[in-house]
Design a protein around this ligand. Structure first.
Ligand SMILES: Cc1ncc(COP(=O)(O)O)c(C=O)c1O
Length: 401
């Protein structure tokens, strides 16, 4: 959402993110908020106990710049348990301020003035500004609706001598699609074509929804890929995995050389992450080692609930494969299909009392006629039921008379 171009700004076209804007509006309007991606249910009380335990145990001063070593060891164990390569917690894992800081630091570490970085639209909004702040040029390649698949031939054509980084997001926010093994192989082939010379292509794999896959799908992580695991920054978020987005604890896994460069940025940016929170997560993973495994089933039930409750709304609901979002297409709804997605979102919040997120802000050039909005399923069942009741009642009043 922009407040007009500012010629003195380094990012003249960037305003407050659509997520913040919609959450603020939801509070002002008293709307049900299924827009921004954060849980509205309480955290596991056992996790809260771990915070108290960590503080009582004295974890109150600067944590190591790289992250709590016990936590990093637990992360490395988790990666190999999921079939990933052996990771050295000392030199290959860095705990960051949410996944966001890992993304920012990785981009600053790799991209320089005149370099190009490829992102896929719709794209999570943190990539493009970080690339431009690094002095790079961001090349946007669309994923085509309705299935949001990669066109690797188009990517090959977009690669130039200046390409330094390719950013993928899997599972994908907002598309809710997941990458296949074939996608990772195709990406690896492009990286190999460039070779290891002095200007290799690095991959930034945003895998913050790694545990949120539906209907028996298996996450295809760059960490499990022979080629990509040696040339990628892989980014994760405890915010997503343990339902604690406000703690701002994430991490980045990358080969030693890449990690060394990332830490040069991280140490002068975040420096280190909240000591008691890192120790609390370490304790929690020790006491509940299978906590991460429950997330997929948890969100799958919520996705199904929302879909069932919206069945009569007239919205088309493309099947979500992963992430904790559900897309809704209003293009066939008489009386609404002429509105663009921002106008539709405005109407929903003002007239139905429900905050959702339009898809066009995730694009540099939104496809003409796209009529899709994003709903977050990481909400209490009551929130999802009430949101669906209001949406259905508003869009199809007759159907619920
Ligand atoms: C695709 C994607 N990447 C990264 C992040 C950032 O994660 P964190 O909240 O840990 O900074 C988010 C958060 O919504 C996201 O959806």
């Amino acid at each position: 959402m922009n407040s007009g171009p500012d010629t003195k700004s380094k990012l003249p076209d960037v305003g407050t993110t659509i997520f913040t804007v919609m959450s603020r509006r939801a509070i002002e309007q008293g709307a049900v908020n299924v827009g921004q991606g954060f849980p509205d249910y309480p955290i596991d009380p056992a996790l809260a106990t771990c915070v108290a335990d960590a503080i009582a145990a004295g974890f109150n001063q600067y944590a190591p710049m790289e992250g709590n070593i016990g936590l990093r060891a637990a992360i490395a164990t988790g990666i190999s348990a999921a079939g990933g390569r052996a990771v050295d917690p000392e030199s290959e894992i860095t705990v960051s301020c949410g996944g966001t800081e890992s993304i920012y630091s990785a981009i600053q570490a790799v991209v320089g003035p005149g370099d190009e970085a490829i992102v896929f639209d719709p794209a999570y909004d943190a990539y493009d500004p970080a690339i431009r702040l690094a002095g790079g040029r961001c090349i946007h390649i669309p994923l085509a609706a309705p299935h949001f698949r990669y066109d690797w031939e188009r990517v090959r054509r977009a690669i130039s001598d200046r390409t330094r980084l390719i950013v993928i997001n899997n599972p994908h926010n907002p598309a809710t699609s997941v990458a296949t093994a074939g996608d990772l192989d195709a990406l690896a082939a492009l990286v190999l074509e460039r070779g290891k010379g002095d200007r290799p292509i690095t991959v930034l794999a945003d895998e913050v929804y790694e545990h949120v896959l539906y209907d028996g799908r298996k996450h295809q992580s760059v960490m499990n890929h022979e080629v990509l695991s040696s040339c990628s920054y892989a980014v994760y978020s405890f915010g997503k995995t343990l339902h604690i987005t406000g703690w701002r604890v994430g991490y980045c896994v990358a080969p030693t050389e890449l990690t060394r460069e990332l830490r040069k940025v991280h140490q002068f940016n975040a420096f280190s992450i909240a000591a008691p929170l890192q120790e609390a997560i370490r304790l929690y993973l020790e006491r509940h080692p299978d906590a991460w495994r429950r997330v997929g089933a948890f969100f799958s039930a919520k996705r199904d609930l929302l879909r069932a409750r919206l069945a009569d709304s007239g919205l088309e609901l493309p099947p979500a494969q992963g992430s904790y979002f559900q897309l809704a297409d209003y293009g066939r709804l008489a009386g609404f299909s002429s509105l663009d997605d921002v106008q539709f979102t405005e109407k929903l919040i003002n007239e139905a009392g429900v905050a959702v997120i339009p898809l066009s802000p995730f694009y540099r050039e939104p496809p003409a006629g796209m009529r899709i909005v994003r709903l977050c399923v990481a909400k209490r069942d009551e929130t999802l039921i009430e949101a669906a009741r209001r949406i259905s009642g508003y869009l199809r009043p007759g159907a619920h008379a």
